[in-house]
Design a binder for this molecule. Structure first.
Ligand code: SF4
Length: 309
């Protein structure tokens, strides 16, 4: 379905590499969650997977294939036939994308060609109901809705044509817990009943574990661990362990959740060391002079010289 091979992105000033030599695949009907802190490259990956790098970034190497189609070489006409119908992206800032002086119904109707209008409007109504949006919502202007309502409406539009691949960048960032659960339920049905593939970019490890089949952990533009979602609790990479330890838990009486010390790093050139070394609690001398390769371990893959057991 989606196959990304050795993808490297560079910023326009040539100073940073948001993604470095990244490879991953999203099989048909499966969900791959890409997790990590802000700044690790998740949004850059979401846009590049669509074949449309973010403004200020360019592809310097690698390939993005959707059903053997080179997404990085699409013409404007090809994009128009694919986007929304075959592939949808729900970007992080989707709720800012509605035209401020148009009712939401206009945005919906623009996506409904006349020959399919009745069916698509009914599907939009069904999705809106599943996401707990009132029927009148389409008659409102964007400023009359909350951020959470706009985020759920964006999802309705992204799923309207039952695309085969849905790319989601932080799809629940503006939602409360109930809204998050509704979105998860709709996405789970999209995958299971409709057979769509999902590429879910999120900082929410718990949502990733509930929704995904496999999880890729992204740090400084590189995948540092790739594992089945069911094995997240026994992840081997020190960064994944740090992310898990930072989750708040009601069952923890006195012990606070632990944050990872230091700042997330960005690559400024080919990695000459482990990018996580400055923050890693088990770093050793070798980690400062070599970038570990991604290698198979315990049913997954890990980029670490000294993985946790
Ligand atoms: S390679 Fe070294 S610094 Fe990097 S995560 Fe593993 S132990 Fe830590």
């Amino acid at each position: 379905m989606l196959k990304i091979t050795d993808l490297t992105l560079q910023t326009a000033d040539g100073k940073k590499y948001p993604l470095w030599n990244l490879s991953l695949a999203v099989p048909p009907g499966q969900c791959l969650a890409v997790v990590g802190e802000s700044g690790g490259g998740k949004s850059s990956l979401a846009w590049a997977a669509l074949g449309y790098p973010r403004p200020g970034q360019r592809v310097v190497d690698g390939q993005v294939l959707f059903d053997q189609q080179n997404m990085l070489a699409l013409s404007a006409a090809q994009r128009q036939t694919l986007y929304f119908r075959q592939i949808s992206l729900l970007p992080q800032e989707a709720m800012q994308c509605f035209h401020p002086t148009r009712r939401l119904r206009t945005a919906l109707e623009e996506l409904c060609p006349s020959e399919k209008r009745t069916r698509l409007l009914q599907r939009a109504a069904d999705l809106a109901t599943a996401l707990d949006l009132p029927a009148q919502v389409w008659d409102k202007y964007p400023h009359q809705l909350s951020g959470g309502q706009k985020q759920r409406l964006s999802l309705v539009l992204a799923l309207l044509h039952q695309p085969r691949l849905v790319i989601l960048d932080e799809p629940t960032s503006a939602l409360d817990v109930l809204g998050q659960r509704l979105v998860e339920q709709v996405l789970a049905r999209t995958k299971e009943e409709q057979g769509s593939s999902l590429l879910l970019c999120t900082h929410d490890l718990e949502m990733a574990a509930r929704l995904a089949d496999s999880i890729a952990v992204l740090y400084a533009g590189q995948i540092v661990e790739l594992l089945p979602a069911g094995k997240l609790a026994i992840a081997c990479h020190p960064y994944t362990r740090g992310l898990l330890a930072s989750l708040p838990r009601l069952s923890r009486q006195k012990q606070c959740c632990r944050s990872i010390p230091g700042q997330a790093s960005v690559l400024h050139g080919p990695p000459a060391a482990c990018s996580f070394a400055p923050r890693c609690p088990v770093a050793q001398e070798r980690c400062q002079r070599e970038n570990p390769p991604l290698r198979p371990l315990a049913g997954g893959q890990v980029r670490c010289f000294y993985p946790c057991s």
